[in-house]
Write a protein of this length. Structure first.
Length: 306
């Protein structure tokens, strides 16, 4: 009971932290889906409010998840997707980066009330959307990505991945209404007049059939998510091993978990994918070295008069 009370207070704190703006609400939840907040996992249900920094997971058993924001933006999330609300990028004065959402993996559809969503709606390892039209489908799967500008032009900045896991901004381009942009892994993106049949086939039916907003149904009530317990390494690992600009945020967020046996084992086994954890896992390696000659001095000289 105590853990449920604490988790409920954390959820409410996340809502209050957004100030006057209402928190995004899960308005359609069909099948299982959840989110990670701090080091806890919570089941999503219709009416549950989300907050900045929440990590959203859908599974193969998810039929559909829809999240609605206070400015009218609606987000449909397909099965097997991972999202971060209000991602935190490490500081880069030469090329600052910001986004409303980060799509690590999976497929989403953005629908806005006006002709365009807020600037920089989505970032990803493959490309960043600087702006989007009224209806835009974005997919990031298998190291590649695709964008369908269903209604309204989409502004894209491609990203190139380096060996150290960092990504850099590449060419900018516009995908016009009705066009389809696809970028296979480690290849250049190409634009076609329309999406291919295989892409359309993979989309959930709800992506093709518009559903009216349901946010008003939950505006006046709080629906707590069901606590699912602490996160494990397997659930956190895709984020811990994400692109280099994201990883410092998760080091700060989950550093205390490095003292837990199973989590620590996972971190050590996969250290090559997140080298910034080395100092946390093996702090003794970073202690100041003794001054030269500070040890073993006594007894090194002969006995006087010998």
């Amino acid at each position: 009971m105590r853990s449920k009370t604490v988790l409920l207070l954390l959820c409410l704190a996340g809502v209050l932290a957004r100030g006057a703006n209402a928190a995004p609400i899960a308005t359609i939840v069909e099948g299982e889906s959840s989110f990670m907040r701090d080091a806890s996992r919570v089941a999503l249900a219709e009416g549950v409010r989300l907050a900045n920094d929440d990590l959203i997971d859908t599974t193969a058993q998810t039929k559909l998840l829809r999240i609605e924001f206070d400015d009218g933006l609606m987000l449909l999330v397909a099965p097997e997707s991972r999202l971060w609300i209000a991602p935190k990028f490490s500081a880069d004065k030469t090329a600052p980066r910001a986004a409303r959402l980060y799509l690590l993996h999976g497929t989403v559809k953005l629908t806005s009330k006006g002709d365009a969503t807020a600037a920089a709606p989505i970032a990803s390892p493959v490309f960043d959307l600087k702006s989007a039209g009224r209806d835009t489908v974005v997919s990031v799967v298998g190291g590649g990505g695709a964008v369908f500008a269903e209604s309204g032009d989409v502004q894209i900045v491609e990203r190139t991945k380096a060996k150290n896991g960092a990504t850099t901004a590449g060419p900018a381009l516009t995908v016009k209404t009705g066009e389809y942009y696809a970028r296979p892994a480690a290849d250049k993106g190409k634009t076609a007049p329309r999406p291919d049949a295989e892409f359309i086939k993979r989309l959930p039916r709800a992506f093709l059939d518009p559903v009216p907003s349901r946010a008003a149904l939950f505006a006046a009530r709080e629906v707590p998510g069901k606590p699912l317990g602490a996160i494990d390494y397997a659930g956190a690992q895709p984020w811990i091993d994400a692109e280099a600009a994201l990883r410092p945020a998760f080091l700060a967020r989950w550093r205390p978990l490095a003292s837990q046996s199973e989590f620590r084992k996972g971190l050590i086994a996969g250290l090559r994918g997140h080298p910034e954890w080395d100092r946390t896992l093996f702090p003794e390696k970073y202690l100041p070295k003794p001054a030269s000659g500070a040890s073993g001095v006594a007894g090194t000289t002969g006995t006087p008069g010998s």
